[in-house]
Design a protein around this ligand. Structure first.
Ligand SMILES: [Zn+2]
Ligand SMILES: [Zn+2]
Length: 392
């Protein structure tokens, strides 16, 4: 394994930073202490610090020592925790009730800081690195806001890269794939309006429960009959609320659910299909339907050329035999998608281990594996030295 020796030297420091961030979790757009910590470390390393993008976002800018080639790269980490209660009892467990770093963003922030320290010391590259620390990855779209507020205008990046720890992969392994890696995730609410009445006199009203049942079944054909069998998508109706008693047909039924897809085209097809069903199916039974559709994160789609680079760098750091190129995509979602929609780049998975013990992402006993901190930081550092080679 080609861990940068200098990075291995500060494994203990990185572990201490990671524990400090883990103990003090802050959720979406409230990362004031965390971003102050990041800014303080970056300045300590001698890196130019910019604060305020998307509120609590931080960007560090560093020039290499080689002749300036005008080339630029962005490396992104997320800083936010989750609104959930930690069940771990070790010394660095969360000190804040109801908040926890259960997705490993404490580790992501630490690895990027580790790489920043190394690169600021060595500066063995030509061009500019932008270290992007974003708020609010967990659902609130901090990455989207950074892009909208001019991230790439203020800090030009020819390419942008992301990394997430992956508990299903053992430590020492990395997952790199081209094309879609994470799904787009939308949510929706449906109201079916009928006409309630006595359960013994269904012919005098319009029973919205029966209509809702038809709609749930029909919605399942959007994927099973609407998509090619080799494509994938998800339409899940996860909530149905109606009625108050056994002998009353209610006036209306409320449903809710989620749509997931790996490409913008399938995402659009599923949304259009659902709209069409909600508009046309209830009237067949004398009822009406209304759909409120909320667009969430788009699919995260890796670009081909940057992914070839990411795979080569991962092989250099982890050993070619430890880089998996054939991992399937995840139907989870990631707001790094907005950065990849704006700039070419690639998002990789870093082996973390732990899922065998039930400690998957968002589990109340999850903890980032400190053993992999040097590997993640080495990936970042090697990526910079590869993409921005030192020019004489
Ligand atoms: Zn998460
Ligand atoms: Zn995450």
């Amino acid at each position: 394994m080609a861990i940068q020796n200098r990075i291995a030297d500060f494994h203990a420091d990185m572990t201490a930073w990671r524990h400090h961030i883990h103990e003090n979790p802050e959720v979406a757009f409230e990362e004031t202490q965390t971003s102050a910590f990041v800014a303080e470390k970056l300045s300590e390393f001698g890196i130019e610090v910019h604060r305020g993008l998307a509120g609590t976002g931080v960007v560090g800018v560093l020039q290499g020592e080689g002749r300036d080639t005008g080339k630029t790269i962005g490396l992104r980490a997320d800083m936010d925790a989750l609104p959930m209660q930690e069940e771990n009892t070790f010394a660095h467990a969360s000190k804040v009730a109801g908040k926890m770093h259960a997705c490993g963003h404490d580790g992501h922030t630490t690895m990027l800081l580790g790489a920043a320290r190394y690169l600021a010391e060595t500066r063995n590259f030509s061009g500019t690195v932008n270290f992007i620390f974003q708020p609010a990855e967990e659902g609130a779209g901090g990455g989207k806001r950074m892009v909208e507020e001019g991230l790439f205008d203020q800090f030009p990046c020819d390419m942008v890269f992301g990394m997430h720890n992956w508990p299903e992969l053992p430590p020492g392994k990395m997952g790199v794939r081209s094309g879609p890696v994470m799904a787009g995730a939308d949510r929706f609410e449906i109201t079916i309006q009928g006409r309630g009445g006595h359960a013994a006199q269904p012919h005098l009203g319009v029973d919205p429960v029966v209509v809702a049942a038809q709609l749930v079944v029909a919605a399942q054909t959007l994927v099973s009959r609407g998509l090619s069998p080799v494509e994938c998508g998800v339409v899940s109706i996860t909530r149905i609320h109606a009625g108050t008693a056994f002998n009353i047909i209610p006036n209306e039924v409320k449903l809710a659910g989620t749509v997931r897809a790996l490409t913008p085209e399938i995402r659009q097809q599923l949304e259009d299909g659902l709209r069409n069903l909600v508009r046309t199916l209830p009237p067949v039974f004398g009822a009406t339907g209304e759909l409120v559709y909320h667009l969430g994160y788009p699919p995260t789609i890796n670009h081909a050329d940057p992914t070839v680079i990411a795979a080569a760098v991962a092989a250099k750091v982890a050993g070619a035999e430890n880089v998996l190129g054939d991992m399937g995509p995840s139907m989870g979602a990631e707001d790094f998608a907005y950065m990849l929609n704006a700039r070419p780049g690639s998002y990789v998975w870093l082996g973390q281990g732990g899922s065998a013990l039930g400690c998957s992402l968002h589990n109340p006993r999850y903890d980032f594996n400190d053993d992999v901190l040097p590997m993640g930081a080495s990936y970042w550092a090697t990526l910079v030295e590869t993409v921005l080679p030192r020019a004489a």
